[in-house]
Ligand binder design. Structure first.
Ligand code: RFL
Ligand code: PHB
Length: 388
């Protein structure tokens, strides 16, 4: 028996586990994959304050502080022009570039010393009786079936995990938008072409220049969903980046062998409500944003913050209202990030169904942003992260 059973040891599950442990709430984390598999997934790179603050509160921010790159701005590229969004001047804040892999590693390394129990390679995780006050979870490991009784289950098991599916269709609603392209990402040990991120809308398609450190770069181009990674040898990706990012950036691109290459589909998705009975959902288990706004991991962090507050109030002060209020509180922030991620995706990508009118709207919007402090401020305050 445990107070909280957390499903999934990605950033959401591990952050929540550590926060609950720090409050003296019992919990157990079940993860389908091995630690190495989890760390092999290359994903987010940009942290908002909410995420950095949680790591600081946990006292797990030593490496993030030492190695994270503070970014005071980023750029939107439109053909030849770079429109700089000066986050620091417009909002007083900044974002920190620090890979999700590194953050996950910091959280993983702290599990042993802090007594956070994670069962890796837990197969066939299934949720039972989530509507009741006595739910339980079953899983298989080492050829045996295990059962975990808990008072609360928190689904942090990503978009494809079993938690959301444990909520009956009659109770929840899916809001969904799929995009007709994916992002082909390349990671390489080469210096970045620019000291800040560049999001480019070129007639050949979208490109993003990002980084993990001064010596490791992360780049993306959008590709039709029919595209296969085998058709994209490294040189083809570098050639495409050099065109789409524009001549100034191209002049500073250093090419190198790919450490990792993958294609990720783009999706906007929200499942509501984010609580049903004794089950709460956090992070990608409840919602997906297209990566254009760099919001996915940060939304997982704000969900976890709200969930930790609610569960602490429940277990320490017997406050059941905190749990009932979790979904509305989390969704209020989720929807605003969904809107921002969708609108930046719309602005920066070429959609196959778009004609000259839609293209003219993109040009006009970018032109407006370039000339309007108000428009830049709106983008900056969303990018830096809305208040929690
Ligand atoms: P995760 O990271 O998917 O973790 C879920 C965990 O649950 C496990 N799991 C199960 N465990 C037990 N039983 C089962 N049946 C299970 N099924 C799944 C999984 O193995 C996994 O360990 O979800 P979480 O924790 O909610 O975290 C969300 C973030 O990972 C995600 O939102 C971000 O990576 C999105 N994202 C970005 N977010 C940002 O904030 N900033 C960015 O710059 C950014 N860039 C990105 C991104 C996502 C990308 N891809 C590949 C989708 C760039 C890309 C390309
Ligand atoms: C990344 O570095 O992987 C990254 C950065 C910004 C985004 C998405 C991904 O918007």
């Amino acid at each position: 028996m445990t107070q909280v059973c957390i499903i999934g040891a990605g950033p959401a599950g591990l952050l929540l586990g550590h926060l609950l442990r720090a409050e003296g709430v019992d919990c157990l984390v079940l993860e389908r994959q091995s630690p190495d598999y989890v760390l092999g997934r290359i994903r987010a790179g940009v942290l908002e304050r909410v995420t950095v603050d949680l790591m600081e509160r946990l006292g797990l921010d030593a490496r993030l502080k030492a190695e994270g790159l503070v970014h005071d701005g980023f750029n939107l590229a439109d053909g030849e022009r770079l429109i700089r969004i000066d986050i620091a001047a417009l909002t007083g804040g900044h974002v920190v570039v620090y890979g999700q892999t590194e953050l996950t590693k910091d959280l993983m390394d702290a599990c042993g010393p802090r007594g956070l129990e994670v069962v890796y390679e837990a197969a066939n995780v299934a949720l039972h009786d989530v509507e009741s006050d006595a739910p339980h979870v079953t899983y298989e490991k080492d050829g045996r079936l295990h059962r975990v009784d808990a008072r609360i289950i928190v689904g942090c098991d990503g978009f494809h995990g079993p938690s959301r599916k444990a909520i009956p269709a009659s109770v929840g609603k899916n809001y969904e938008r799929e995009y007709p392209f994916g992002w082909l990402g390349i990671l390489a040990d080469v210096p970045p072409c620019n000291h800040e991120l560049i999001y480019a809308n070129h007639e050949r398609g979208f490109a993003l220049a990002s980084m993990r450190s001064h010596t490791r770069s992360r780049y993306y181009v959008d590709v039709p969903l029919t595209e296969k990674i085998e058709d994209w040898p490294d040189e083809r990706i570098w050639d495409e980046l050099s065109i789409r990012l524009g001549p100034d950036a191209a002049a500073h691109i250093t090419r190198g062998p790919a450490l990792e290459k993958s294609i990720a589909p783009l999706r906007s998705f929200v499942f509501a409500p984010m609580r049903h009975g004794s089950l709460l959902l956090c992070g990608d288990a409840a919602h997906i944003v297209p990566p254009t706004g760099a919001k996915g991991l940060n939304l997982a962090a704000s969900d976890v913050l709200y969930a930790a507050q609610a569960l602490t109030a429940f277990f320490k002060r017997n406050d059941a209202d905190a749990i009932s209020g979790y979904s509305d509180k989390a969704l209020a922030r989720v929807w605003k990030s969904e809107r921002f991620s969708w609108s930046l995706t719309r602005l920066m990508h070429r959609f196959p169904e778009d004609g000259p009118f839609e293209r003219a709207m993109q040009v006009a919007e970018l032109d407006y942003i370039a000339s309007s402090v108000a428009a830049q401020t709106s983008i900056a305050e969303n990018y830096v992260g809305l208040p929690v």
